[in-house]
Write a protein that binds this ligand. Structure first.
Ligand code: PGA
Length: 302
């Protein structure tokens, strides 16, 4: 059969005639003239080599060959729809924008994680918004971004949160700071001057919760919105601090900092990727959740 002469257009006409049982109604539905419909049906009939319709009185009915062609046309239509959605999915995934809002402390590891993602999907434009926890929660509430990275998914919002990495908070001191040797308690450290993150930060929230649990207060000399500034001020000898381990380099002592051994430390909480439960995730966002997080060891202990 000279298959190449059959077009999608002709098949659409054939299916419409079969469905409506009438050349004139099909012509109307397709915005064609009736002779145009007749010509197309004649062309398909010639290609197939058998009649597709038979006339009984005023009605037209499908012949056996017509039934076969109708079945095939429907299958083709399904396959084409599947193909179209697959292509849409590919287009949506390879191209597009992924907007991730992260808390200040996550910027120490997230860009590295995202490097692999960017290499894999070079046409996805990434937009990162960095702010402290309070501001990130506001953005989440207003549904401003695709995904959010933070330690404490807000309890007051209906969210989906997927933990994927530990965020240990450690107590630090300047190298050579006079402290008794061996493990310490937070109560022993409490009278020393502390530099802490600002209220509204996730780090401060974790510290304040721990202090409340222990019934302690610290001698807070300075509250600052910058992890780096705190780290550098500690190194210059200004006081002690509690910071995410991610903020310190691999060898903190080379930067003039000692991680202290303190009862109950490090304070542990995982980093989570968070979004509002009702959010319809874009394909890039879904790829981030489904491909990147498992690759990073989501759910693995430690
Ligand atoms: P922060 O957030 O950078 O605002 O301290 C850290 C966190 O969510 O643990």
């Amino acid at each position: 059969m000279p298959r190449r002469h059959l077009t999608f257009r002709q098949l659409e006409t054939f299916v419409t005639v079969a469905r409506l049982g009438s050349f004139s109604r099909a012509a109307e539905a397709l915005h064609l003239t009736q002779p145009a419909v007749s010509i197309q049906i004649r062309q398909i009939t010639e290609s197939v080599g058998l009649p597709l319709f038979e006339q009984t009185g005023r009605e037209i009915r499908l012949t056996a060959a017509g039934q076969e062609l109708l079945q095939t046309a429907r299958e083709l239509d399904d396959s084409w729809n599947r193909f179209e959605s697959a292509v849409d999915a590919l287009k949506g995934l390879r191209k597009g924008r992924l907007r991730v809002a992260l808390v200040t402390t996550a910027k120490y590891f997230l860009p590295r994680m995202l490097g692999a993602f960017c290499q894999r999907y070079p046409d996805i434009d990434l937009e990162l918004e960095v702010a402290n926890r309070a501001r990130i929660v506001e953005r989440l509430r207003a549904n401003e971004d695709d995904l959010y990275i933070m330690s404490f998914p807000p309890e007051e919002l209906d969210v989906v949160a997927r933990p994927f990495l530990d965020n240990p908070l450690v107590a630090i001191a300047p190298l050579g700071y006079p402290l008794p040797a061996g493990p310490l308690t937070l109560a022993e450290l409490a009278p020393h001057p502390f530099l802490l993150r600002e209220a509204g930060s996730g780090t401060r929230r974790a510290i304040d919760r721990h202090l409340a649990r222990c019934g302690l207060t610290l001698n807070v000399k300075l509250s600052l919105g910058s992890n780096e500034a705190i780290r550098d001020l500690v190194a210059t000898g200004m006081g002690l601090a509690i910071l995410s381990r991610h903020v310190l380099g691999e060898h903190p002592e080379q930067d003039g900092i000692r991680i202290l051994e303190v009862d109950g430390f490090p304070l542990q909480q995982p980093w989570s990727v968070v979004h509002l439960r009702q959010k319809i995730l874009s394909l890039p966002a879904r790829a981030f959740m489904d491909e990147l997080l498992p690759a990073l060891g989501e759910g693995r202990p430690g």
